[in-house]
Design a protein around this ligand. Structure first.
Ligand code: HEC
Ligand code: HEC
Length: 255
C-alpha cells in the first residue's frame, strides 16, 4: 500500500464493506441506470460496481432499503431511471453525511499526526451500527419517557433488546439504564420511576455491583436507609474491592 492510494478518498471504505460481500446483497436485485447523472459528492466517473458497493453499504449501515433514500413510485424497488432523482429528504441528508465522513477521514484524522497506515477510518457504520438514527439507548428511552411515560419506556427497552441484542445497534450493558435513572432522579417526581429502571437493570444484570451502588444511593436520597444498606451490601459482596461502597455503607450505618 502506498501513500497515494491511502490519500485517495476511499469510497468503498465509507460504507465499511468488503468487496466480496457487496455484490451478494445489492447487485442481483437493483436495476441500475447505464450512466449516473446526478452524483454531487461521489466521483462522477465511479464504476458501477463501486457505486453499488457504496450503496449496499448504506443499506446495511442504516438498516434500510434503497427506497429509504430513493424515489420509488411503485412503492417497491426504485426503477433504474429513478435513482438520479432527489425527491427523498434522506438522500439530501445522506449527501451531507458523505461530506462529513470524507472530511473526517481526509482532514480531521490526518490532523492527529498519526501515520495513515495505522489510522482507523470512520464509516457510516461507525455511528449508525445498523440503525437509521444512531441515538444512544438512554436517549432513545428518555424520549419515550418524556413522550409516553414509564410503562412505555420499560416496554421499549424490552422490545429493543429483543430486536437488537447482539447486533451492536444499542448498548445493552449495565450502563444505560442507570444513566437514564440518574437523569430521572434529579427531579423528585422521577425518583420512584428511577427505582423501577434500576430493578429492570438488575433483571438483566443481576451481578452488576454498579447498579446496586447507584440503587443504594438513590434509596438513600429517598430516605429509605434500610433498603439502601441492603443494596450497598449486595454491591460490596459483588465487588469487595470498591472503597466507595465501603464508605457509603459506613455512612449509612451511622444514620
Ligand atoms: C442512505 C441513503 C441511500 C441509500 C439507502 C441508497 N442510496 Fe443510492 N444514493 C444516495 C445518495 C446520497 C446518492 C447521490 C450521491 C452523490 O450525490 O454523489 C445516491 C446515488 C445513487 C445512484 C446514482 C444515481 C445517479 O444517476 O446519479 C444509484 C444508481 C444509486 N444511488 C443506487 C442505489 C441502490 C441500488 C441502493 C440500494 C442497494 C441505494 N442506492 C441505496 C443515497 C442512498
Ligand atoms: C459521526 C456519526 C455519523 C456518521 C459517521 C454518519 N452518520 Fe448519518 N446520522 C448521524 C446522526 C446523529 C443522525 C441523526 C440526525 C437526526 O435525525 O437527529 C444521522 C442521520 C442520518 C440519516 C437520516 C436518517 C433518517 O431517515 O432519519 C441518513 C440518511 C444518514 N444519517 C446517512 C448516513 C450515511 C450514508 C453515512 C455514511 C456516509 C452516515 N450517515 C454517517 C450520525 C452519523
Amino acid at each position: 500500500m502506498n501513500l497515494a492510494t491511502i490519500k485517495r478518498p476511499s469510497w468503498r471504505r465509507l460504507a465499511s464493506l468488503t468487496i466480496a460481500s457487496c455484490g451478494a446483497l445489492a447487485s442481483g436485485d437493483a436495476q441500475l441506470p447505464e450512466r449516473f447523472t446526478n452524483l454531487q459528492v461521489l466521483p462522477p466517473g465511479i464504476a458501477s460496481d463501486s457505486l453499488l458497493s457504496v450503496m449496499g453499504g448504506f443499506t446495511r449501515a442504516l438498516g434500510v432499503p434503497c427506497r429509504h433514500c430513493h424515489v420509488a413510485r411503485n412503492g417497491g424497488r426504485p426503477a433504474a431511471d429513478e435513482f438520479a432523482a432527489d425527491g427523498v429528504e434522506a438522500k439530501r441528508v445522506a449527501r451531507a453525511m458523505l461530506r462529513m465522513v470524507d472530511a473526517i477521514n481526509r482532514e480531521h484524522l490526518p490532523a492527529t499526526g498519526r501515520l495513515p497506515v495505522n489510522m482507523a477510518q470512520v464509516t457510516c457504520a461507525t455511528c449508525h451500527r445498523g440503525i437509521r438514527r444512531p441515538v444512544a439507548l438512554e436517549d432513545e428511552l428518555w424520549a419515550a419517557y418524556v413522550r409516553s411515560g414509564l410503562d412505555s419506556t420499560v416496554a421499549l427497552y424490552r422490545a429493543l433488546r429483543t430486536q437488537h441484542y447482539g447486533t451492536g445497534a444499542y448498548d445493552f450493558s449495565e450502563l444505560p439504564l442507570p444513566t437514564l435513572a440518574d437523569r430521572l432522579a434529579t427531579q423528585p417526581v422521577g425518583q420512584a420511576d428511577a427505582l423501577v429502571l434500576m430493578r429492570l437493570n438488575l433483571e438483566y444484570h443481576p451481578d452488576s455491583w454498579f447498579t446496586y451502588q447507584q440503587l443504594g444511593q438513590l434509596q438513600a436520597s429517598m430516605g429509605d436507609t434500610a433498603a439502601a444498606i441492603v443494596s450497598v451490601e449486595r454491591g460490596l459482596a459483588l465487588n469487595p474491592q470498591r472503597p466507595f461502597l465501603r464508605e457509603l455503607l459506613t455512612r449509612l450505618l451511622k444514620r
